[in-house]
Every structure is written in structure tokens, then in C-alpha cells.
Design a protein. Structure first.
Lengths: 289, 281
């Protein structure tokens, strides 16, 4: 039973990782930028969810607010910060992105306090339900269901709608897509909008899960999500999902078996390095090196 | 000179060594590394161990440079497998692996670190002079490399590996050399740091440190030795000058970083030379 519990918590973590990382994957696939400030958008989503939920008394309304605010933030980051830097070496926008993350994280600390904020009322984190003999809190269940819904929706959107197909076309060949009349700028806005909204949802969910948001919440995302998108093959949504679950399960079991030699982050990155040495293109990427 | 000035200048010297040596790997040879802190730390820890057991300064410095360089060579081999952003994240991994490993090792002091490192015997001022001399040496070496045939080969690898191969530039060996050289200086800086503080803790060599060093390279202007050295001095002293706004230190720092890169994406070097066009991809 112990190993099953580890698997369950691993899968829940994996779903969180997937939601955090998928926006990063979308941005990378289109613009080849390591968008580290994505972690700040994620933190923004977490704060907005908690604060709006506390004011309005409805957790659902908190999520709606997060989904409304984070895309605006993401698009503003693209428009103001990245667009002028696209012609420079990728380390230049990356360092700018890190600067923004530091700025926003400290901004959250100053605005909302060192201790962070908590839900006034969050029954979902405490009450639990039995599913096939496995005990899950409602918050964990919500994470699993929401992740599943989002990835199915994302799949349908990119395969069944006109704008979704245009998006995929732009990712795989920007100039060809443009010659077929796809507006590349609109696709970029869409890209940042959807990616940031997903980060916002992920932020809200992690707040729900921990019942708690503090200014350092984005820190883990900033490097763990990078590991995930690289492991998934950079730019592949499916690869990101696989890599998230893989890494979370490795962490879950790894901390039990080799936790006395390496900590959680080190285990994750050891797995990453070993996989990359065997498959330098990640799980699903196209081999270039 | 007050003790405060001496310690500040020592840290400046160490950071100049680190940033300039990272610039050899990332600037000259184009291999993005976000794990420079690991080599710095490996140098510091090995120097500390040697210093504690033998109390021999030159031996400890050599040990630091050697171990840093050996670890760098291993990562250099990894850089042959993975490219660009894959490499960047692999090097982040090296950094987390290093800190995560050291934290769990009793013989390295674990979370507590290594204390009671014997003094160098040069005194505070002597120590500082030694550090500045090594920093000047690192700058001189970097300028020499840049002007040499090797510097040309590095630039060729950075621009386009496949094109470099057609010019009979062996990208594999130059990448390895860049990593081995750059990380040797990082290890040496670590050894100097161990003697400077006489107490080391793994927190000083974490991912944040590596990011700061990369920020120095980008702000200085990728590939410019003087630009990077000046940026290292500025970014080390800047947080000190912010002490009066202690509460908002990180906010101001992050904001300035964003602002500077938005206004001068080519770094300090481009402000001086207008070499912006050269730095474009």
C-alpha cells in the first residue's frame, strides 16, 4: 500500500508539474526563449486565486479571476520584454526573464507579506474521498481531473479548430505558415495567453493543495519546469506531459530509496542528465546534435 | 583600509575571476553554462579539505583548480552530447546535483559546511592582494586566449559548429578545452574563497550564484573580457550600495536587470563600442 501511495502522490505532483511546464513548452516551441519569468506568472495566479477567493467567498471565482489576469500578464511580458530581444542570443532574453522573476517575486513579498497568504475557508484540502481503496483529498482529486480536462481540451483545440491548426503550423514552420496567411503576431499573443492561463490555473491548484501561498512559491517552478520541458524534448506538449509524470514518480520513489545520498532536486536532475546522455533530444524531440 | 573594504575587494576579485572564466566557456566558445557555481564549489571544497589536512597554501590552490577543471572536463564531455538549451539545462542539473550531493555528505560537513579552514598566513590585506593578482591574471589570460588562434577557433565553434568543422576546426576538442580552462579558474576562485572566508557552506555555490555569474556575462556583453570584468565589479558592489533600501534590495536589483537589458541588450561592451551588430545572432 505504501508504494501505491507513493505512486498516487507522484502522479498528483506530475500533474502539477505538467500544468506549470506546458506554458513554458508553448513559449519555447514558438520563440526559442527559456521563459523563466513564467514562474512569476504562476505565482501571480496562486495569489489572485487565494485573494479573490477570500474576498468573494468562492474558490471557483478565485480561479476565474486567475484565468482572467494571468494571460494579460503573460502577453504584457512578451510585448514589452521579449519582443525587442528576439534577435539576440538566447541568453539575453533569459537573463532579462530572470531579472523579471526576481522583481515580481520580491514585489509579491512586499505587497502580500513575508508569511504569505492562506485560504480563509478551504474544505477541499482537508476532506477526502475514497477511490478504489485509495484515499485522496478533494484538492488532489481536483488536480487530477483539471489536468486531464485541460490536456484533452488543448489537444482538441490544436487539432480541431482553425486557429489551433494555424498555431501548430506556425510552431513547426513560421515562414510557411505566414505565407498561408497566418498572422504570426496573433499566434504569439495566443501562445502567451494560453500558456499563462494554464500557469495561473496551476498556481491556484497548488495553493489549494498546500492551502498556502508564499513569495517563494515560484522558485521551484523556475528550474524544475525547465528540466521538464528539456526532458520532454523542448516544444512538445505530449513530451512535457510524459516528462512531468516521469520526473515526479522518480522523485517520489527516489527520495525513499536514495534520499540519504541526494535530495529531491538532485534526484530529479540526476534522472534528467542520465536520460539526456542516452537521448540528447529528450523523450520526443527531433535529434539535432 | 578597513576590514570591510578589504573583504569587499576580495569578493570583487573572486567574482571577476568567476565571471571572466565563465565568459571563456559561454562567451568565447558559445557553450551556455548555468552551473558555474558547481565548479566554484568543487574548487572551494577540495581546497578546504587539502588546507585542513596539509596546511599548504599552494597545494590547496592547485587542488582547487585541478578538481574544478576535472569536473569541468566531465561536463565538457556532456556538452558534446547535448546542445544549446539542452546544455543550459544540463548544467543547471550539474549545479543542483553538486549542492544536493554535498548537503548529504557527512565528510564534507553536510548542511553545516567546513569550518576552521586554516588562514593563508598572508593576513587580510595579503590575502586580498593575492586574490587581486589572480583576478588580474585571469583577465590577462582571457585577453591572451581571445587574441590567439584558439580564440578564433572558439568563436568559430560558437558561431556555427558545422561550419567550423568544414574549416578543419575540431569543435570537440575546443569545447573540451574551453570547459577545462574556464572551470580551472572557477575552481581556483573557489580555493581563494575558502581561504578568504575560512568557512564554506554549500549555499554559496547554489544555482542562484550561477545565475548571477551568467547575468554578469550578459550585462558585460557576451564575449567581451573587459565588459564582463566591469559588470562583475558593478554587480558585486551594487547590492552593497543598496543597503539603505535594504527592504527593497531585490526589487530594485531585479528591476535594474530588466531595465538594463531592455535598454542595452548587447551589454556594456556594446555601449562602449557599438559592436551591437556583431553580437546579433
Amino acid at each position: 500500500m505504501f508504494y501505491v501511495d507513493l505512486a498516487v502522490s507522484g502522479v498528483v505532483f506530475g500533474c502539477m508539474y505538467a500544468l506549470m511546464a506546458v506554458g513554458l513548452t508553448l513559449v519555447y516551441g514558438l520563440l526559442r526563449i527559456l521563459h523563466i519569468a513564467h514562474a512569476a506568472v504562476f505565482a501571480l495566479g496562486a495569489y489572485v486565486t487565494v485573494l479573490v477567493a477570500n474576498v468573494s467567498g468562492s474558490i471557483l471565482l478565485g480561479f476565474v479571476a486567475a484565468i482572467a489576469v494571468t494571460p494579460l500578464c503573460g502577453i504584457a511580458i512578451y510585448r514589452i520584454l521579449y519582443q525587442p530581444l528576439l534577435h539576440y542570443r538566447p541568453d539575453v532574453p533569459m537573463i532579462a526573464s530572470i531579472g523579471l522573476l526576481v522583481f515580481m517575486q520580491d514585489g509579491f513579498r512586499i505587497l502580500f507579506g513575508e508569511q504569505g497568504v492562506t485560504f480563509v475557508k478551504n474544505p477541499l484540502a482537508i476532506e477526502s474521498v475514497d477511490v478504489a481503496g485509495i484515499t485522496l483529498t478533494f484538492a488532489q482529486l481536483a488536480v487530477l481531473v483539471v489536468t486531464l480536462l485541460i490536456f484533452v481540451a488543448l489537444h482538441l483545440f490544436t487539432t480541431r479548430t482553425r486557429i489551433g491548426v494555424a498555431w501548430r503550423a506556425t510552431v513547426s514552420n513560421p515562414s510557411m505558415a505566414a505565407s498561408f496567411g497566418v498572422d504570426a503576431i496573433r499566434v504569439r499573443y495566443l501562445n502567451f495567453g494560453i500558456g499563462s492561463a494554464l500557469a495561473g490555473v496551476a498556481g491556484g491548484l497548488i495553493a489549494l493543495l498546500n492551502n498556502f501561498v508564499d513569495p517563494t512559491i515560484g522558485y521551484v517552478v523556475s528550474y524544475k519546469a525547465l528540466a521538464i520541458i528539456v526532458l520532454g524534448g523542448l516544444g512538445s506538449v505530449r513530451g512535457t506531459l510524459v516528462a512531468s509524470l516521469f520526473l515526479a514518480l522518480v522523485e517520489s520513489y527516489g527520495t525513499i530509496f536514495i534520499g540519504s545520498y541526494l535530495n529531491r532536486d538532485a534526484i530529479a536532475f540526476l534522472a534528467l542528465i542520465l536520460v539526456l546522455m542516452a537521448r540528447p533530444q529528450g523523450f520526443t524531440g527531433v535529434r539535432t546534435a | 583600509m578597513s576590514a570591510y573594504t578589504i573583504s569587499l575587494l576580495s569578493i570583487v576579485g573572486i567574482n571577476v575571476m568567476l565571471a571572466v572564466s565563465l565568459n571563456i566557456i559561454s562567451g568565447f566558445c558559445g557553450q551556455i553554462s548555468l552551473g558555474h557555481g558547481a565548479f566554484y564549489g568543487a574548487g572551494a571544497y577540495s581546497a578546504a579539505l587539502v588546507a585542513v589536512t596539509t596546511r599548504n597554501l599552494p597545494l590547496a590552490l592547485i587542488a582547487g583548480a585541478l578538481v574544478g577543471s576535472m569536473l569541468g572536463l566531465i561536463v565538457g564531455f556532456a556538452s558534446l552530447r547535448v546542445r544549446s538549451d539542452f546544455l543550459a539545462v544540463t548544467t543547471i542539473g550539474i549545479n543542483f546535483l553538486f549542492t544536493g550531493f554535498v548537503r548529504k555528505q557527512g565528510w564534507l560537513g553536510g548542511e553545516m559546511g567546513i569550518s576552521s579552514i586554516p588562514p593563508s598566513g598572508l593576513g587580510g590585506t595579503g590575502n586580498m592582494v593575492m586574490i587581486e593578482l589572480f583576478a588580474a591574471g585571469t583577465i590577462a589570460f582571457s585577453l591572451y586566449v581571445n587574441a590567439s588562434w584558439m580564440g578564433f577557433a572558439f568563436r568559430a565553434v560558437a558561431e556555427d559548429e558545422d561550419a567550423a568543422a568544414t574549416l578543419a576546426v575540431n569543435a570537440v576538442s575546443y569545447k573540451l578545452v574551453a570547459f577545462a580552462l574556464g572551470t580551472a579558474f572557477a575552481g581556483l576562485a573557489g580555493a581563494l574563497y575558502a581561504y578568504f572566508t575560512q568557512f564554506i557552506n554549500v549555499d554559496a555555490f547554489d544555482f542562484i550564484t550561477s545565475v548571477m555569474l551568467m547575468a554578469m556575462v550578459v550585462i558585460g556583453g557576451i564575449g567581451s573580457t573587459f565588459g564582463v570584468a566591469i559588470a562583475a565589479v558593478a554587480l558585486t558592489l551594487l547590492p552593497e550600495t543598496f543597503r539603505f533600501i535594504n527592504e527593497y534590495r531585490l526589487l530594485v536589483f531585479g528591476g535594474l536587470l530588466v531595465l538594463f537589458i531592455s535598454l542595452a541588450p548587447g551589454g556594456l561592451a556594446s555601449l562602449f563600442h557599438g559592436t551591437r551588430a556583431r553580437l546579433r545572432r
